[in-house]
Design a protein around this ligand. Structure first.
Ligand code: B12
Length: 381
């Protein structure tokens, strides 16, 4: 499975939050790998010499996602992961029985291990989540995520104020990106802006659904990782090129907003759009380097005397880190307004931002722009 699942390396079980997983995770992962090889001998030739390494890493990813679900008390997060992983692998010729099997082997190992009484409750939760998903994935009518497919069309540039889902503009933009690369994408954005379209609308109505579709196509093995990376790079250039032309610099007395991803998160395009929405609302926006730790982000917030901290989180795997960062920022600076948004928040549904300790959220950059206007007014009154 290579680096499909998490992009970088999973945390070693010794660094997970759950005491049970810290204590038994390594042994359970090793058992899972051995059983996978026994059950599917074709894995040996398929993955070659590095097969064990890959499978060990995959087992560690399963444990890390399990840890996140247990820590936040949201078993649904693991279900989502299981669905996503199964669809991803199915598109690459690996059936759901292998994902279900791996979950089952992990559950077997946890059930069989010596476990101190104080960890029994946690063991029951962990095993229940694994077994539940094992059963679900092997059920004949297993329902997995639906793919959004935007059919290909010949580019024909159009500009319109309201854009319906799956509209020509979205398709044209996707086709331009894929077939003509950056030049096609710039030409389309240029014509949209020149025709009086607002850049925040372009972000929300065109770039965002196209990126979502790109992700679905990658997940379904219909485009390569290289194509996915190219599309996101060009999108980033489009945002840099057209975003800053839309508003003037913030006034000298403008409140400062620090805008960043939560630690370990590398999805920054949404964050860049949100930054532009805040700039449109006359905030002085600071985007720190993405490698900062939670403590360094909070130190920065204090140093620049920020009034607002905006965090973006795409992968559910990073929600616990987000909640820790928010708690740290709160303790250090009680008057700070804290917002959190991104795909992981949207997927969790209403009340998620508050559960993580934040003050507010918004589903997209256009809504951020509205919320910021209200917030700025409340500062003046
Ligand atoms: C582009 C992309 C990448 C790029 C990111 C480039 C960059 N500089 O940002 C790259 C190639 C680096 C990447 C890497 C990975 N990705 Co990726 N990626 C995507 C993709 C295609 C688009 C994401 C995006 O930009 N969306 C558009 C933005 C605008 O949407 P948004 O972030 O939600 O932001 C809006 C709102 O949420 C809101 N908002 C956002 N932040 C905030 C903050 C606040 C305070 C508020 C109020 C609102 C708010 O406003 C924004 C604008 O309207 C998605 C597909 C998808 N369905 O999302 C996959 C996707 C998210 N990636 C995925 C994966 C698996 C990965 C990797 C793990 C694997 C890999 N090998 O690629 C790594 C992980 C990296 C990491 N550690 O974070 C999966 C995640 C699946 C899951 N389990 O949840 C997805 C869903 C693809 C898929 N369908 O499988 N990815």
């Amino acid at each position: 499975m290579g680096d499909l699942i998490g992009g970088e390396s999973p945390l070693p079980p010794s660094r997970l939050r759950s005491r049970l997983l810290r204590r038994l995770g390594r042994v359970a992962a090793a058992y899972c790998v051995t059983k996978c090889y026994e059950t599917w001998p074709e894995l040996g030739p398929r993955y070659g010499l590095r097969g064990r390494q890959h499978l060990t890493r995959d087992a560690a990813w399963h444990l890390e996602h399990l840890d996140e679900a247990v820590d936040l008390g949201e078993p649904r997060l693991f279900d989502d992961y299981a669905d996503w992983l199964t669809a991803l692998l199915q598109a690459r010729g690996i059936g759901p029985e292998q994902v279900a099997g791996a979950f089952g082997f992990l559950a077997d190992a946890f059930e069989a291990a010596e476990c101190p009484p104080k960890l029994e409750a946690e063991r029951a939760v962990v095993v229940a989540i694994l077994r539940d998903n094992q059963l679900r994935l092997t059920a004949p009518a297993a329902t997995l995520r639906r793919k959004l497919a935007i059919p290909s069309m010949k580019p024909k540039v159009k500009v319109s104020g309201t854009i319906k889902p799956g509209s020509d503009l979205q398709r044209d933009y996707f086709d331009c990106l894929r077939d003509q690369g950056r030049k096609g994408a710039f030409a389309l954005a240029e014509s949209y802006v020149a025709g009086g379209g607002a850049i925040l609308d372009f972000y929300v109505d065109v770039l965002e659904p196209v990126l979502e579709n790109t992700g679905s196509l990658w997940e379904g093995a219909q485009i390569s990782s290289t194509q996915e990376h190219e599309i996101s790079e060009v999108t980033s250039e489009v945002i840099h090129r057209y975003g800053p032309t839309a508003w003037i610099d913030a006034p000298p007395s403008a409140p400062v907003a620090v805008v960043c991803c939560v630690p370990r998160e590398r999805h920054r395009l949404g964050l860049m759009m949100v930054a532009d929405a805040l700039r449109a609302g006359e905030l002085d926006v600071l985007i720190p380097d993405e490698s900062l730790t939670a403590q360094e982000i909070v130190d920065l917030v204090n140093r620049v005397d920020a009034r607002m901290l905006c965090l973006s989180c795409t992968l559910a795997l990073h929600l616990s880190d987000a909640s820790e960062l928010i708690a740290l920022a709160r303790r250090s600076r009680p008057s700070l307004a804290i917002a959190i948004g991104g795909r992981a928040l949207r997927d969790l549904g209403p009340g998620a931002a508050e559960r993580l300790g934040a003050d507010w959220t918004a589903d997209n950059a256009r809504e951020v722009r509205r919320s910021v206007s209200l917030w700025s007014q409340s500062l003046k009154t």
